[in-house]
Design a binder for this molecule. Structure first.
Ligand code: HGY
Ligand code: MN
Ligand code: MN
Length: 416
């Protein structure tokens, strides 16, 4: 006997239990989660997730890039599936909620519909996207980018991590290079639940963020070639110091973004001295840059200013700086119909809510380039994320998952 869908609520304790149960895969002493994509820890959580989907009666498939799809049949299998989910990989200093809430919240939605005996008109499909974080392999949101056609499967399979391991080798190493081609599972739309990863909802005491847009992203790989020489006998004026050069680039990036705050951000997140030694002036340094804006014109200005600053610093210091743009993700404007579905769900459930722009990138931002997509945000403590202190409340996680449930029901329709 199915319960009326209108007042259906998810099982908050069960959701909270899954979040903490899976946090053991890659648990860190400081209470975070380190689960780099395609690592042994990622395999463990993938195995857990696949089993949970099968136990929920879903048809589970894995595609050639390891993304996991769990299909719940609808009355009308001729309609495209309503997709929802997120990612289970984390940053090296990751937390328990980034990506995980959206993936396990999606599983909770499936479990709730099963318990209530509800059949939807359209089929539903839960997705765990491979390598959303982009920490081990670039770019971020890699598998959803391939799904929408931004990269070929072979291009992504050939990407290498810092140790030279390819995506293909890493997938084979954990047994998740699936037999389905990327794109095999057609989705009619996609909704992603996620923590805000910023301070706004908490500061305004809002339970739900109705995400209507997302920042665009520019990623660069850089290499500085100076000249190794003796730290003691080389006069200061004759040095071609690669690390001192990078130090100026770091401050230039900070200044270029800060003068456009709050409409721009910029970070040098990685720096490696090729052959480090205390008494050798660094001759070669590799680095990466991440800079973002929700405004495409500002993104172009960030690129122009950054290249001009790098050229000036390189010329003055008589070093070579190679700066390659390796990823450009335009700003996201989510689908008005889906945004309204999220907003209506939050309103009908009585949750405080506000429109919000996502500072972080998400798989939904890629999906939105080919099908309608939208996102649901919930607050996280002090806006902290990509840090082991990342935290959220059970009540907010449950609220966000209830909004996801009712958004999905509105989009898929209830058959019985
Ligand atoms: O970089 C991002 O915005 C996401 O967390 N991968
Ligand atoms: Mn995420
Ligand atoms: Mn993240």
């Amino acid at each position: 006997m199915s319960r009326p869908a209108s007042n259906l609520q998810i099982d908050s304790a069960r959701l909270w239990g899954t979040i903490h149960e899976t946090a053991k895969f890659g648990a860190t002493p400081k209470g975070g989660v380190r689960r780099l994509t395609l690592s042994q820890e990622d395999k463990e959580v993938r195995d857990w997730f696949r089993k949970a989907c099968e136990e929920a009666g879903l048809e589970v498939h894995v595609d050639a890039l390891g993304s996991i799809f769990g299909l719940r049949r609808g009355r009308d299998m001729g309609r495209p599936a309503v997709g929802f989910g997120s990612h289970l990989d984390t940053q090296p200093t990751g937390g328990k909620f980034d990506g995980i809430l959206g993936t396990l919240g999606a599983l909770e939605v499936m479990r709730t519909l099963n318990n209530a005996g509800i059949e939807t008109e359209a089929p539903l499909c839960i997705v765990n996207w491979t390598n959303e974080e982009g920490s081990r392999f670039a770019p971020a949101m890699m598998a959803s980018a391939a799904y929408v056609g931004d990269f070929t499967t072979d291009d992504i399979l050939s990407r290498r991590d810092a140790e030279g391991v390819t995506v293909k080798q890493a997938l084979d190493g954990i047994g998740y290079r699936g037999d389905k081609p990327v794109g095999f599972q057609k989705l009619g739309c996609f909704v992603e639940l996620h923590i805000e990863q910023g301070p706004i909802l908490e500061a305004e005491d809002k339970t739900i963020g109705v995400v209507d847009s997302g920042q665009g992203v520019l990623w660069y790989d850089g290499k500085i070639t100076g000249f190794e020489s003796h730290a003691g006998s080389t006069p200061m004026g004759l040095r071609r110091d690669a690390l001192a050069t990078l130090s100026e680039i770091v401050l230039a990036m900070e200044s270029i973004a800060s003068k456009r705050a709050p409409n721009a951000v910029g970070t040098v997140g990685e720096a490696v001295i090729a052959k480090p030694s205390r008494n050798v002036i660094p001759g070669e340094v590799a680095f990466t840059i991440d800079t973002r804006s929700a405004d495409g014109a500002i993104m172009d200005a960030l690129d122009r200013d950054l290249r001009a600053a790098v050229a000036e610093i390189a010329a003055r210091r008589k070093v070579e700086v190679k700066l390659d743009l390796v990823w450009r993700k335009p700003p996201t404007h989510f689908d008005p119909r889906l945004i309204a579905a999220v907003e209506n769900a939050a309103e009908s459930l009585g949750y405080s809510h506000r429109r919000i722009t996502s500072g972080a990138g998400h798989d939904a931002c890629n999906l939105n380039t080919v099908i309608p997509a939208a996102m649901v945000f919930v607050p996280c403590k002090d806006g902290i994320s990509h840090n082991e202190l990342e935290d959220a409340t059970q009540a907010d996680c449950a609220a966000g998952t209830n909004v996801l449930l009712h958004t999905v029901l509105a989009l898929a329709g209830v058959a019985s």
